[in-house]
Design a protein around this ligand. Structure first.
Ligand SMILES: O=c1[nH]c(=O)c2[nH]c(=O)[nH]c2[nH]1
Length: 271
């Protein structure tokens, strides 16, 4: 064998693009969720890289199967942040040598079809490109389990046809842009916020329901989405930057369980 050079400084592995669809039937009212999941693991796995020791490897195929099984058995499957947390805690509690688990979920949109003004019980439509995005992490590397949950959305396309200007910006020899006091404003909303998990509730699978009672993941998400759209619509926008900041201010004011929020508003230009 050739002489070793360097060393393994960090390692993380897992499975991406795990697709699941779960239906729950309550009489004639059915509930559906569809996710694309990525699950990454860290822990005492160095020897799988340095000594070709596969005994420490939870196979990525097993990771995929586990996501399928939890989609069937988890009481949290219809609540994306709680479900992501369940997956993360499953891996750190099941395998002594797995110390961290990172879960990313993309939640695909299924909205009830309206028939005669009423939401149908079991027929759904994909109404738009918007997707929910969720990140959860469980980390027992310090001895005590800690973690985080981040929630947001992406690909929500919005447009307003007035109520937006862009003037008084810096001008120099490189500037050609004209000032405008009335323009179209369009962007693809990308937002993510960090949820403050209740410090008094230990992070365990059994406590996920209790954690949800404290932070009300679904309600906070709906409030944040609504605030984002309403500020976009009603703000007399001086710039994309100023509108984003106002939006973030309202979101933080309305939801004390949000620690921080990040927006990306790529300017979709219309002439
Ligand atoms: O709201 C805006 N912010 C900018 O920073 C910018 N730059 C630009 O060319 N147009 C705009 N619009």
């Amino acid at each position: 064998m050739s002489e070793e050079v360097g060393y393994l400084s960090a390692a993380r592995y897992g499975k991406d693009l795990v697709r699941v669809c779960r239906v729950t039937r309550e009489g004639n009212t059915h509930h559906v969720v569809e996710y694309t999941a990525r699950v990454l693991l860290e822990g005492d796995i160095e020897t799988s890289y340095t000594k070709a020791d596969n005994s420490v490897v939870v196979a990525t195929d097993t990771v995929k199967n586990t996501v399928y099984i939890l989609s069937k058995t988890s009481p949290h499957v219809h609540n994306p942040p709680a479900f992501a947390l369940h997956i993360a805690l499953h891996f750190t509690t099941t395998y002594p040598h797995i110390s961290k688990c990172f879960v990313d979920l993309i939640s695909h949109k299924w909205s009830r079809i309206q028939v005669g003004g009423k939401a149908h019980g079991w027929a759904f439509e994909r109404d738009g490109e918007e997707k929910g995005v969720i990140e959860a992490c469980a980390d027992k590397s310090s001895g005590k389990t800690t973690g985080y949950v981040k929630v947001g959305l992406k690909d929500l396309l919005v447009l307003k046809t007035t109520g937006s200007s862009f003037t008084n910006f810096h001008r120099d020899q490189y500037t050609t842009l004209q000032e405008v006091d009335d323009r179209l404003f369009s962007t693809s909303v990308d937002l993510k916020y960090d949820v403050a998990l209740p410090p008094s509730v230990p992070l365990t699978i059994e406590n996920i329901g209790k954690i949800n009672q404290h932070v009300d993941f679904q309600n906070v998400f709906q409030k944040t989405r609504k605030a984002t759209l309403e500020v976009f619509a009603t703000d007399e926008s001086a710039s994309v930057q100023a509108t984003m900041y106002k939006t973030a201010q309202r979101v933080l004011r309305e939801s004390p369980s949000i620690k921080s929020v990040t927006y990306a508003y790529p300017n979709k230009h219309y002439m």
